[in-house]
Each structure stands twice: as structure tokens, then as C-alpha cells.
Design a protein around this ligand. Structure first.
Ligand SMILES: [Zn+2]
Length: 277
């Protein structure tokens, strides 16, 4: 097992050209093998070789501090080593450094992509990994299926000292967050912002400003974060996704996500910082 430092850098790549020794992250059914001692989850290849664990697929996913990093999937009935356990990514959120979150996010999505694209949608034949690109390939029509990423907008709407926060039907009781939604095929991010906010709470916005993005692998979202200012309309929750929404003064916020977990929390924290300046 290797100890991950906060300043480690992970770079996603598709072809391994390094001769450094490998490190490996281990997955089964969307859960990561973690060491009970440290909660860390990157293993030396050598350690795995001498374990009794059995692996099926293995994919190169990129470089962790210049060392080739692989994703290995445990077989369904493999034993797992003593002093390790399997942990869902949600339980690791906010507890692991960014480089490690990137590796986990990429691993889950590549694993899903490979499982879900075993057969060609055009001719039904078995698909294979393309030699030089991260794609599942079928010769019939040069079909290339790349890992799917679903872009979403996530927006903090503000009006001076007030923040527009919403309670999604699936959230626990007192938890509120920023508004968010998928970008439709053919739509720009800006159009999606206007449409989603109006659909969800019936208000319009102006002065949209890009903030930053976050990979959110539940299952494959890329969250594009924005600030926007209120223009007009009375808040009216759609009753479908959003059951409650309101203006909250920045000094009296409900329970909201924290910035170390999600971009929603970062949007809120950045606005609070701006108000207190
Ligand atoms: Zn085909």
C-alpha cells in the first residue's frame, strides 16, 4: 500500500509508456478496497501479487505522481485480504485528497463503461478495446464508444444578501442545496441554466458567471458550477424534483453541503466569503 500525500498529482492517460513500477486501485461492484488501518486505497502491485485475491479486468487509467496507475477488478467470489474492506465512494467523500478522488471517479466510470458496452449496438457483435484510444470498438461500422460523461449545470442564484436554496424530494429533511440539472442534447450550458431554474422554481436570472467544475461519478456527471443573479419571478417549486425552495439570508442558512464534498458547497462558501469582504 502506498501513502497518498495531499500534493500528489494524478493525470488521466490511456496508454502506459512508463517503465516505473505500477500502483493499483481495486474495485468490486462500485466499492473500493481500502486498508482498515489508513482508509487509503492505492496498493503496490507487488502487495497484490502475493495476496489471495483474484482479479478479472485490469485497465491502465493514468499516472499517479508519474507511476502508472491501474484499476483492477476483483472477481465476484474473490476473498479479500485481512485488514482491508470494501467501501463505497460516497463514504470516502470529503475524507480523501483530490488526486485520489479523481482516481476513484475515473475508476468507477471506466468500470461501468466497459461493463455496459460489451456488445455493439449496430450489429450485436462482441466489442473490443481499441488499441490506441479509450474506446470500445466494433469493425462493422467503425463503431467507437467512448466513456460517457453527462454535463450538468449547478447554479447558486443570489439576490444581495439572500441565497436561493432548494430542497430536493430525495434530500434528508432539513438539507438544502443549489439548483442543478442536466444539459439537454443540443443545448448550451447557459440555455440550460435559464431553462432549469425556470422549470424548477419559476424565477429568471441574469449575470451568469462561471465558477468551476467537478466530476461527480454518481453515475457520470460533470458538474459545471455557476453564480447567477436573480432577475424576476416568485419562487414556486415544481413539486416534482423540488418540493421546497426559498430565499435564505446568508446569516441564517439551513443545512447545506460543505465545500470539501461538492461544488454546491464551494459555490455557497465563495459567495459567503464575498459578502463578508
Ligand atoms: Zn458492430
Amino acid at each position: 500500500m502506498i501513502t497518498i500525500k495531499d500534493n500528489f498529482v494524478f493525470i488521466p492517460e490511456n496508454i502506459n509508456t512508463s517503465s516505473e513500477t505500477n500502483v493499483t486501485i481495486v474495485l468490486r461492484n462500485q466499492e473500493f478496497l481500502t486498508s482498515k488501518a489508513s482508509e487509503y486505497l492505492i496498493f503496490e502491485e507487488e502487495d497484490l501479487k502475493w495476496s489471495e485475491m483474484e482479479f478479472q479486468d485490469k485497465q491502465f487509467i493514468g499516472y499517479l505522481d508519474n507511476r502508472p496507475c491501474f484499476l483492477a477488478e476483483l472477481t465476484q467470489d474473490s476473498l479479500i485480504s485481512e485488514n482491508t474492506s470494501l467501501t463505497p465512494l460516497r463514504n470516502l467523500l470529503g475524507k480523501i485528497p483530490d488526486s485520489l478522488f479523481t482516481i476513484c471517479s475515473r475508476s468507477i466510470q471506466l468500470s461501468d463503461w466497459q461493463k455496459n458496452n460489451q456488445f455493439c449496438g449496430v450489429c450485436g457483435s462482441k466489442m473490443f478495446n481499441h488499441e490506441t484510444e479509450r474506446a470500445m470498438f466494433c469493425e462493422c461500422n467503425n463503431v467507437m464508444i467512448y466513456p460517457r460523461i453527462s454535463p450538468c449545470v449547478i447554479v447558486l442564484v443570489t439576490n444581495g444578501e439572500d441565497l436561493l436554496l432548494a430542497h430536493n424530494k430525495n434530500f434528508p429533511g432539513t438539507f438544502y442545496s443549489t439548483l442543478a440539472g442536466f444539459i439537454e442534447a443540443g443545448e448550451s450550458a447557459e440555455s440550460a441554466i435559464h431553462r432549469e431554474i425556470y422549470e424548477e422554481v419559476k424565477v429568471t436570472v441574469k449575470n451568469i458567471e462561471y465558477f468551476g467544475s467537478q466530476s461527480w461519478p454518481f453515475p457520470s456527471q460533470l458538474m459545471l458550477g455557476y453564480h447567477a443573479e436573480y432577475l424576476e419571478g416568485d419562487i414556486t417549486p415544481d413539486g416534482l424534483e423540488i418540493d421546497k425552495a426559498d430565499w435564505f439570508n446568508y446569516k441564517e442558512l439551513p443545512q447545506v453541503p460543505t465545500g470539501n464534498i461538492s461544488i454546491s458547497g464551494q459555490l455557497i462558501e465563495s459567495y459567503l466569503a464575498k459578502l463578508s469582504n
